[in-house]
Design a protein around this ligand. Sequence first.
Ligand code: GDP
Ligand code: IMO
Ligand code: MG
Length: 425
Amino acid sequence: MNTVLVGAQWGDEGKGKVIDFLTEESDVVVRFQGGSNAGHTVVVGDKQYVLHLVPSGILHNGKHCVIGNGVVMDPFDLMRELEQVESWGFELKGRFHISERAHMVMQWHRAIDKAEEAARPEGEKIGTTGRGIGPAYAAKVGRYGMRVGDILRPDFLDLVRKQVAEANRKLKSLGALELDPEDMVKLYTPMVSALMPYVTDTIQFLHENLEANKSLLFEGAQATMLDIDFGTYPFVTSSNPTAGGACTGSGISPRSIDRVIGVLKLYTTRVGEGPFPTELFDADGEKLRDRGGEYGATTGRPRRCGWFDAVIARYARRVNGIDYWAMTKLDVLDTFPVVKICTGYRRKDGFVYTTFPADLEALKDCEPIYEEMPGWQCETSHITDYSELPENAKKYINRILEICGAKLGVLSVGPARETTLRINI
Ligand code: GDP
Ligand code: IMO
Ligand code: MG
């Protein structure tokens, strides 16, 4: 059984937690896009683990973890994270693999990311994580990127010098500090031997596993509304976090994918800039942030919070072909007397959008249309079986399923591993 798991909103839906849950029944967990802009949290007992580049499956010794060709990988972030994973007591030897085709995020990509963000006028800032993601993907698509396999080339350090010289032209034009090529050479020299043990032909590795009937689990980072093609462009990330990205980012055919799971937070959050039709600026928004602990796992920024948006959830179901939802954070809504579901955006002239418009300007004049439902006003985080849920919580979930389609597969009622209910899968 090969599963693709994607975020259905603007990220931070709880993908890490659900991946950790599904790793139990998988053999290989694969990251296929994004980089260390991701922050995936897994809570086990009284320990909280946050993973950025390493697949969340690493917390299960014995399972293989792969960084696929579609990822952009900062070797310094990776090394730091691998050290951390080992200090937590998990093994890496023989079970962690990086594609030789994955691109590397270099120091100059980070510098350019920050300089470009600083140069954008107010209103045009994206609010990037500053991890060099956009410039690394720009280099990849522009065909001047640096791939992991390049560290094996005898002229790798010359390549570093050449790239720094080019990046300096860009940094200078942005009014930012230039980098010293020889400093960069010194910085990257030890990287070669540190990375080498993990560099693999992951396409061959994944296909050998497929042929041996092993179960592959594809761990999406970011989310549908941050997708470079389907999201709120230009307020997006630079990769395809949607289901198709699992194929292009790993070398697996769409015909090998058996099911797609969409992770859906039962309200909406967004970190960074860009449109957010159901955003709340009132006490309810504050309450969602407080109860949900809505602060970025990568940057610590407070997340913007709002009511559940069924327009984007249905759009995500379509774009990804979602079979099952993993719904998360039901418990955060426990104390609300009323819960709301947005079913469309109404323009001033009365026109109603029931799918997300490409033109973000169109959204400026829009008001969300809400269906209000009574809350359940009791604790749900101790619940271990769906049948024990309060009736109003079931009604809320069922209404979302009715509007958005797909089945409920997993329901999460708390951050901890055990607070995960298996429903239909
Ligand atoms: P990801 O990026 O999609 O993996 O999500 P993050 O880890 O960035 O953010 C999700 C946050 O919600 C983390 O702090 C999780 O520990 C937490 N979380 C996940 N599921 C639940 C849940 O059902 N209830 C509560 N209260 N917290 C949850
Ligand atoms: P996970 O995997 C939430 C957002 C940034 C910014 C935009 C572009 O934890 O869900 P980038 O650094 O990628 O160029 O920033 O995308 N963003 C995320 N928001 N969760 C994430 O990852 C994100 N990764 C990037 O805040 O608005
Ligand atoms: Mg996150």
